[in-house]
Design a protein around this ligand. Structure first.
Ligand code: HEC
Length: 243
């Protein structure tokens, strides 16, 4: 009786392993199905290539990029666009279609802030001076976004740098959608203003609050001693009226 039970157990075990083996074989079949890997050679097509060339004068679905300004930042003449393609942006950002112009700008700047934080701060740092963590670890230092040349660049220029890459900086087009590249450009312009606005350009209520901040500044500077804070404060008090 006992040996019989053992025997049955052995048969079950065998049957189970056979089943398991079958199951793996089945899985392998799914893995090794007939398909071409990217750029693999093919004996089926006359030119020996498995990847088929695009058919002339056709555009794959979802790849129509007629709106050059939106996608590249360049206008019809090939110069960086100075005007935001607002209508296309409103169309592409979810929920933006029903927004007022002011709300749309608020949303753009918010999107720009988060995307700048994700994709640009590692090198350009949060303020845009080009001392991000990757640079501190030895990568080429980008120019400060507050340089006069870049302060005077139109937003399309930043979009174009992100789209095509620039020198050692690679293209961000595969990672950042065109609407978000424009949002980042808007945020960069806000960053630039944050470091370099003329008092006369500020709305009255902000000039007022800036005046208050300035009154507090000397105490702050004294607290921090010669750490460089004092320098910023004296900059603010500059005769030219620039912050
Ligand atoms: C991995 C580091 C790195 C990241 C991340 C990065 N950049 Fe750069 N960026 C650079 C470097 C380095 C340069 C200078 C390239 C050169 O001169 O070879 C540069 C240059 C620039 C310039 C100046 C171009 C000029 O005319 O001098 C702009 C504008 C710019 N980057 C914007 C961005 C924006 C916007 C992002 C985020 C979407 C970004 N970068 C992300 C490294 C980076």
């Amino acid at each position: 009786m006992r040996t019989e039970t053992k025997h049955t157990a052995a048969v079950y075990a065998l049957a189970l392993s056979a089943l398991l083996l079958l199951a793996t074989a089945c899985r392998q079949d799914m893995h090794d199905q007939a398909k071409y890997e990217p750029l693999e050679a093919s004996s089926f097509y006359a030119n020996g290539m498995a990847s088929r060339p695009l058919i002339a004068n056709t555009v794959p679905r979802g790849f129509l990029r007629e709106d050059t300004v939106l996608f590249t930042g360049l206008d019809a003449a090939g110069s960086p666009a100075a005007i935001y393609p607002q209508a296309s942006l409103a169309e592409r950002i979810p929920g933006a279609g029903e927004m007022s112009e002011k709300e749309l700008w608020g949303l753009l700047l918010k999107r720009g802030e988060t995307r700048y934080g994700m994709f640009c701060t590692p090198c350009h740092d949060p303020v845009g001076t080009g001392r991000g963590m990757i640079v501190q670890r030895g990568f080429k230092s980008p120019p400060s976004l507050h340089e006069e040349r870049l302060r005077e660049s139109p937003p399309g220029y930043f979009v174009n740098v992100m789209t095509e890459g620039f020198g050692q900086m690679s293209s961000y087009a595969p990672l950042v959608s065109p609407e978000d590249r424009w949002a980042i450009a808007a945020y960069i312009q806000a960053l630039q203003l944050s470091q370099h606005v003329r008092l006369a350009e500020l709305p009255a209520e902000l000039v007022h609050s800036f005046g208050e901040a300035q009154n507090e500044a000397p105490a702050d500077a004294a607290e921090h001693g010669s750490e460089g804070h004092g320098e910023e404060v004296s900059h603010g008090a500059d005769q030219s009226g620039e912050i």
